[in-house]
Design a protein around this ligand. Structure first.
Ligand code: BTN
Length: 225
């Protein structure tokens, strides 16, 4: 797999999209700092030095990527003794705080899998408003991690899951945080929905017990739990 590295860039996903015609997938684009890191729903993803900011560019049109990628990341973290969980749909949580996020974008038949993880960064590197909500591997363990090793391990886990799709639903469910908990979800175009998390469908939609019926939610954000 080709690997392209930048010390600083606006966003590795944006770079991959802009330069798609020059890239020969499979490629990983990664950077030490992003000045305009993007999250889901056009949110910002704060990307200080010490984090892992990567975009895997693959010729892989896979509807289950939304489950494969978070499972791949948690499996790679397990190998360095970090027991992270998936916060639906695909945030990575550790000790109930956000450790990282995933933004998958499609460009024709090409998937751009953006992954951001707070690795060696410090809590003080993040804006005040985020400091209670996020965490970093260094903050949790006091250890420094090799970012490129972790990046390669994540890429290997993600690609390896292509051959283990029959286990994907159970692997994802095992890692899913909040089963049995009451949550409020913001659903684009629908407002908010309250209910208890029951699990996910085979495609990764959230199953929410809304008191009387089970609602399937395919896109949204958990805003309180
Ligand atoms: C989220 O938390 O909503 C998703 C965050 C995804 C961040 C990664 S960092 C690498 C890639 N480049 C971006 O601009 N975003 C993704």
């Amino acid at each position: 797999m080709n690997i392209i590295h930048f010390e600083k860039i606006d966003s590795t996903n944006n770079y991959a999209k802009k330069h798609l015609h020059e890239l020969q997938p499979p490629v990983i684009v990664y950077a030490d700092i992003q000045t305009k890191g993007k999250g889901r729903f056009e949110r910002r993803f704060i990307s200080p030095y010490g984090g892992l900011y990567m975009s895997m560019v693959l010729e892989w049109e896979e509807p289950l990527l939304n489950m494969i990628v978070p499972v791949g990341i948690t499996e790679a973290l397990k190998k360095i003794n970090i027991d992270a969980s998936v916060f639906w749909p695909n945030d990575i949580y550790l000790n109930r705080k956000k450790l990282g996020g995933i933004l998958i974008e499609m460009a024709g038949k090409i998937s751009i899998i953006g992954i951001g993880l707070n690795v060696n960064s410090r809590i003080k590197d993040f804006p005040f408003g985020l400091r209670k909500k996020i965490t970093t591997l260094f903050h949790e363990t006091g250890k420094q991690y090799d970012i490129t090793e972790l990046m390669v391990s994540i890429a290997e886990e993600i690609l390896g899951l292509a051959w283990k799709k029959e286990y994907l639903h159970s692997l994802y469910t095992e890692k899913l945080s909040g089963i049995g908990e009451k949550v409020r979800i913001e659903v684009p175009g629908e407002g908010t929905v309250d209910g208890i998390i029951k699990g996910v469908t085979e495609k990764g939609s959230l199953l929410l017990d809304t008191g009387g019926s089970i609602k399937e939610i395919c896109s949204g954000t958990i805003i309180s739990s």
